[in-house]
Ligand binder design. Structure first.
Ligand code: SF4
Ligand SMILES: [Zn+2]
Ligand SMILES: [Zn+2]
Length: 311
């Protein structure tokens, strides 16, 4: 098969659009798509201090490569990569090594913050406590909520104005379906509104990779010499996300546009709600324990820590 743009040997065929790409045209396609996402959503300003949440996984390293390339044209933009060390020993240690290496290659300042320093416990220690207490929460709940809190607090401390995370199209479609299947529509809309609107105390979160399918990120990483993790998070197999991922990948074989359709239709729906004249305004309080912004009396992170009796 030949490339649809330059007639060289094609390496990738995009079924959703029926377009074939050679290696160079494919790399350009992925970078153009990220640039388009940034421009369309007005994700960054000319003088932003952007925190790149870099776990060391391929998605976050690819994001760091592409965003640092795009933002070179904006000399007033500052980039800082932050890696959160949850305390998984082998698994995260490998990610930290990769994150350090590529931050240095791409010329991005790199900071590491750990659960142990911030909360006094590693995630593993918290999960062990949760198990003993018969907590109903999955390890990913602690991991996600507590990681987001450190990112927000530390980003504010260094004066950042945006936090960019590397969620891809597959992640986004999975999250929407997961929350629907759990019946947790409120949380889904809440997180979307916080992402979409400026709220005092929250550094706005943006997702420049949200329209790039996971397989394209993997291929982009391969062509750019970005190594993949050889280990896996010990908790990933226990998650509902794994089931949804398999289901969506299977369904996509017959309906190539399913992930994009889920994400774009949900975004259109949310934008309609937010833009309506009487759109719901977010009323933020300060968490009684830590002072972080929250829609409740205590923030979700403190609620989880209180339940573990480690607050
Ligand atoms: S799979 Fe769950 S526990 Fe593991 S890194 Fe991801 S969110 Fe954290
Ligand atoms: Zn080509
Ligand atoms: Zn709190």
């Amino acid at each position: 098969m030949r490339c649809s743009f330059c007639d060289k040997q094609a390496v990738y065929f995009k079924r959703i659009s029926g377009v074939a790409y050679c290696k160079n045209c494919f790399i350009k396609h992925v970078e153009d798509r990220v640039r388009w996402t940034i421009n369309k959503g007005k994700l960054f300003d000319w003088n932003d201090h952007i925190v790149l949440a870099v776990s060391g996984g391929k998605d976050s390293v690819v994001m760091m490569k592409i965003v640092s390339k795009i933002e070179k044209n904006f000399p007033h933009v500052k980039l800082t990569a932050i890696t959160i060390d949850e305390g998984f020993n082998g698994y995260r240690a490998e990610g930290i090594k990769i994150a350090k290496k590529f931050s240095s290659i791409f010329g991005v300042e790199h900071l590491i913050f750990s659960f142990k320093d911030f909360y006094g416990y590693t995630l593993k220690e918290m999960v062990d406590k949760a198990e003993k207490r018969g907590s109903p929460y999955h390890p990913c709940t602690y991991c996600g909520v507590l990681r987001r809190k450190i990112l927000n607090v530390k980003s504010k401390e260094i004066g950042a104005t945006k936090i960019a995370t590397a969620h891809n199209l597959d992640d986004e479609a999975q999250t929407i379906l997961m929350n629907i299947l759990r019946g947790d529509i409120e949380r889904l809309i809440e997180s979307f509104r916080i992402e979409s609107q400026e709220c005092e105390g929250f550094v706005p979160r943006v997702k420049p990779m949200k329209y790039i399918p996971e397989r394209e990120i993997a291929l982009y990483a391969y062509y750019n010499g970005i190594e993949l993790y050889s280990s896996e998070c010990p908790f990933s197999r226990l998650s509902l996300r794994g089931e949804i991922r398999s289901f969506l990948n299977d369904y996509e074989m017959r309906h190539p546009d399913v992930k994009f359709s889920i994400v774009s239709s949900f975004e259109a729906f949310i934008n309609k709600i937010i833009n309506k004249e009487n759109s719901i305004k977010i009323k933020l309080n300060r968490c009684r324990y830590c002072g972080e912004p929250t829609t409740r009396d205590i923030c979700r992170a403190c609620e989880l820590l209180e339940d573990l009796k480690v607050l």
